[in-house]
Design a protein around this ligand. Structure first.
Ligand SMILES: *[C@@H]1O[C@H](CO)[C@@H](O)[C@H](O)[C@H]1NC(C)=O
Ligand SMILES: *[C@@H]1O[C@H](CO)[C@@H](O)[C@H](O)[C@H]1NC(C)=O
Length: 197
């Protein structure tokens, strides 16, 4: 019987330990004081924002969506981070809507093209309503189901805009790139909201 663990088993144990540490840290949003000793463990130096954002589909977008004050906070709740990501998504939706308004007002483009942009405009408005309702739900300590319903509806508004152009083959959406980021942002909101359960 060898006194050392076989390599693959040792590796698995290490991975399991890292996963456990990461999960525990992320779920409790624990901050290491770091005053008494320095550590090179990356999970120990991760900010609470990073720890939560790591659990979303687009961590850097999640982390970049919040202000510098919150990003350095010693503790942050999933609800705080959900709210700031929703606010960031609202800002992006307002920018997308103003781009769509400019596209409508420019005289270029066929009737179908403008009809598609109009679908996007209407859906951006619906997305904004849903995002604003979702913030109200968080602030009023509303139900988790309502929060998820509003955030899902917000994402649907974005995909409906994409679908309009998808249904007119050969017509590229001028909003595709903007919607791609918007969609990631909305998905992050859903992932974060899911942690507030
Ligand atoms: C948000 O969710 C609530 C509860 O499900 C619903 O009544 C409301 O219509 C939703 N708002 C939007 C804009 O989707
Ligand atoms: C929020 O609602 C939950 C259950 O719906 C309740 O247990 C909790 O005390 C409420 N928190 C606040 C701050 O109202």
């Amino acid at each position: 019987m060898p006194s050392r663990l076989p390599f693959s088993l040792a590796f698995l144990v290490t991975v399991a330990a890292i996963l456990t540490i990461t999960t525990v840290e992320a779920s409790s949003v624990h901050i290491y004081p770091g005053r008494h000793h320095k550590t090179i463990n990356p999970t120990a130096t991760a900010t609470p924002v990073d720890a939560l954002c790591k659990q979303t589909g687009y961590p850097s977008l999640c982390a970049s969506s919040i202000g510098p004050v919150l990003s350095l906070a010693r503790s942050v709740s999933p609800a705080d981070l959900t709210t700031s990501n929703i606010q960031a998504t609202i800002v992006k939706t307002i920018q997308a809507r103003s781009l769509a308004t400019n596209l409508i007002n420019s005289h270029r483009g066929s009737k179908i093209y403008k009809a598609n942009i109009n679908v996007c405009l209407e859906n951006y408005d619906a997305t904004l309503d849903s995002l604003r309702d979702s913030i109200k739900t968080i602030r009023s300590n509303g139900s988790h189901d309502d929060l998820m319903i509003n955030l899902s509806a917000a994402l649907t508004g974005i995909t409906t805009c994409d679908d309009a152009f998808m249904e007119t083959p050969g017509m590229a959406s001028p909003l595709a790139q903007v919607n791609s980021v918007l969609g990631m942002s909305a998905k992050n909101c859903l992932a974060l909201a899911n942690m507030t359960r």
